[in-house]
Unconditional design. Structure first.
Length: 223
């Protein structure tokens, strides 16, 4: 029939894999991500982040030097066939504060539980990027795309926190996220060659903020 679309098996497999990955990294996937700000709440409270420009700068540094980079590299090494147990131990060692570890481990536990309930692979509870990497190995999606979508989800969650707490308008928040697309794409590609020996982190302000956030008298977020 004219106009009928008959995708090849390879195309169909890739599309199904991309749909699964998109679902896993969607805000509606029950990880409880909305409850975490990655120390952004303290930065907003102290006035370090108070508008779109300061939010973009904060997120850019987090992606380049902090949790965003660490997660991308852990995810890349897991996708490349690294030992999940070793990488899970590394993720715990790199979590500079109790809250940072709680953030990644609790979301990782929720992820593996939900994927298993959906009929997916049984994965031991571990840090979120290691958990996502193990599950994504079975998908017909290239590693660069997996990492880019993961980083986009990570960043979008923090933008959502800022929209609620700065407060920041929805349009401004989306503009910030769109403005980070080039960096997210570049970091996803750079992470493909990740090694344990080359993994470093230097987001000292964010790490100190995460530690100080634990002692805030009033807070809306768990981290």
């Amino acid at each position: 029939m004219r106009g009928e679309i008959n995708p090849t098996p390879a195309t169909l497999s890739a599309n199904l894999g991309l749909l699964s990955l998109t679902q896993w990294l969607s805000p509606s996937f029950p990880l409880g991500a909305f409850a975490y700000s990655h120390a952004l709440e303290l930065a907003i409270t102290e006035g370090k982040v108070n508008d779109a420009a300061t939010l973009k700068a904060w997120l850019s540094d987090t992606l380049a030097y902090g949790g965003g980079k660490v997660d991308a590299w852990l995810l890349a090494m897991t996708l490349a066939g690294g030992d999940p147990r070793d990488l899970a131990d590394l993720a715990e060692a790199l979590a500079g504060t109790r809250e940072r570890w709680m953030e990644t481990s609790d979301q990782g536990a929720a992820f593996v539980r939900t994927v298993a309930q959906m009929g997916g692979p049984e994965i031991a509870s571990c840090a979120l990027p290691v958990a996502v990497g193990q599950a994504a190995r079975a998908l017909d999606v290239d590693a660069e795309t997996v990492i880019a979508l993961y980083l986009h989800s990570f960043t979008a969650n923090l933008v959502s926190a800022a929209v609620r707490f700065v407060p920041l308008g929805q349009s401004a928040g989306q503009s910030v996220l769109a403005g980070l697309h080039d960096q997210i794409a570049a970091q996803a590609r750079a992470a493909l060659g990740a090694t344990v020996e080359g993994l470093t982190t230097s987001a000292f302000v964010a790490d100190l903020g995460a530690a100080q956030h634990e002692d805030m008298d009033v807070r809306l977020f768990k981290s």
